[in-house]
Design a protein around this ligand. Structure first.
Ligand SMILES: [Zn+2]
Length: 79
């Protein structure tokens, strides 16, 4: 009788930052009210908005949101 062995390999996966199609997104939210800066690709616009909002309203606490995208890709096996 012939023995048949099946070998299953499960690749390890790694996360790779996606920069070509999906740019990072930055946004600032005021914690005191519901005002937001709107989404931008650079942090400077939302930060400027927060400073102007503080000057207008005396609201001084902000939540910074930074969204970026990752691809899960099989880890390259080095032997
Ligand atoms: Zn506010």
């Amino acid at each position: 009788m012939m023995a048949i062995t099946k070998i299953w390999r499960f690749a390890d996966w790694v996360l790779k930052l996606e920069t070509s199609n999906s740019r990072p997104m930055y946004e600032m939210e005021c914690v005191s009210c519901d005002a937001t800066s709107g989404v931008a690709e650079e942090p400077t616009g939302p930060q400027d908005w927060a400073l102007k909002h503080a000057g207008r309203t005396q609201h001084t606490l902000f939540r910074a949101l930074h969204t970026c995208f990752f691809h899960a890709v099989p880890k390259t096996v080095r032997e």
